[in-house]
Design a protein around this ligand. Sequence first.
Ligand code: NDP
Length: 399
Amino acid sequence: MSKVLIIGAGGVGGVVTHKCAQLPEVFKEIILASRTEAKCKAIAAQLDRPIKTAQVDADNVPELVALLTQEKPDLVINVALPYQDLTIMDACLEAGVHYLDTANYEPLDTAKFEYKWQWAYQEKFEKAGLTALLGSGFDPGATNVFTAYLAKHYLDEVHELDIIDVNGGDHGYPFATNFSPEINIREVTAECRHWENGEFVTTPAMSKKARFTCPEGVGEYDIYRMYHEELESLAKHIPTLKRAQFWMSFSDNYLKHLEVLGNVGMTSIEPIEYNGQQIVPIQLLAKLLPDPSSLGPRTKGKTCIGCVARGIKDGKEKVVYIYNICDHQACYQEVKSQAISYTTGVPAMIGAKMMLEGKWLKPGVWNMEQFDPDPFLADMNEHGLPWKVIELDSFNLDH
Ligand code: NDP
């Protein structure tokens, strides 16, 4: 197996294509397809080896099936938008192709961040003898694998998990999002949910704040508790978890803009009628904001994303922190993209590599923590996302 079809030519699609192209022994043939083929061609022109490009509307199953039947890839790497997950999964089933994505399916009209629609495909993929790997980005993705790694090697039981995503980068714009504005704003404005004592507890968006000091001099940041989709699968697959929370850093400036945009209705996903046309405010806003794939050359600073797990080892309490630090400018030098797309695109390539090499191939629909974390994490060290584990003497975000 060695032929991949990448769907989506945005910030993440660019990185995945670069990283796959760097490994011709694994990815012998690459096709990059998207709604706007010109964007695929622009990415292809940056590479040292030739790849094919194609135009496809991933909302259209027959169109996808036609492309898959013509090209016969072994695997689809879906880095379009979460709205296309189910149509691409349907097409993969019809054409007999393995599937990977980096974000859970989202219906257009409601922001849910739930896996139920994709988990419902379990039997179909199993019967077809095909593997679907869900959420192979950084968070979800590497964070799920980090958690599985700590559970496998460092703790007998994981009781508390804090996933902390800090972006210490600055792109110099008054307001921009580092990945798809629509998805990013939906995520940040959604109510917070965290896992506590066997159930999800709901609190208002951005209502819990803490201060976190990143290792290796990356700095000290305000982080806010929010819901993130990996909490759902981790709570399901790591039954010893008593509490699981997700935190993300935001600058005061970002929050101020978001508050104003929210107050005037610009972040709404409810369509409004304007001059006889249906307009979804958040989609209009996304058009006005800088394209995330254009932030690369301007963004300076580092990201620090990792998981702090508290649990029991040999009868004693232990707290361990596993993290990666990634430099925006170093990413740009390598693949012409900032670290947010880079930290998503590299795990997508590694997930695909795991599948093509047969290490993570099992008929059905799987989240990342359900496979052996060791080969994946070995590849993160090899392919641009080195990580470290440290033991913490004390850790407390509850203040
Ligand atoms: P962008 O908006 O930059 O790119 C999305 C790409 O998908 C664009 O090229 C777009 O085409 C294409 N696309 C959209 N709709 C269709 C369609 N119907 N048919 C074909 N192509 C389509 O997003 P990103 O690259 O930043 O993000 C890609 C994915 O990665 C998203 O699902 C996002 O949620 C996920 N992500 C995951 C993260 C993680 O850590 N797990 C972190 C960051 C992102 P066009 O150019 O024509 O608009």
